[in-house]
Design a protein around this ligand. Sequence first.
Ligand code: ZN
Length: 138
Amino acid sequence: MPPIITISINTRGDYDFIDITAKVSRHLVNTAFQEGLATVFIAGSTAGLILIEYEPGLVQDLKRAFQRIAPVEAYYEHNAKWGDGNGHSHVSASISGQSVAIPFSSGKLLLGTWQQIVLVDFDNRPRQRQVYVKFIQG
Ligand code: ZN
């Protein structure tokens, strides 16, 4: 059983959308597994992992949607308590979720043609993020 794989990614924060599909796929190829499930998880409460069509129009649409749900300038109890100004980041990250599970077959992720694994950093500053990947054969 291969260990949990760690992928480190530097982000710029402020709704930074980063396609990590190729990185995850490369690690799957290295395992030589044929059938199973890929679990992908990001550590942190101000970043998300989502499955979307990674194209600039949709990235803008999603950024605006998150800003409508959790506007930067709104009042947040989190900011009042901690003063870190990223209450909106926590709310958006909570909604987007921090993990995805993707089946694979014949050694390939069974993603749709227009479906990528995308890290979104909602925080209000650059971060180094750790994404953990576990391939389960079966
Ligand atoms: Zn915070």
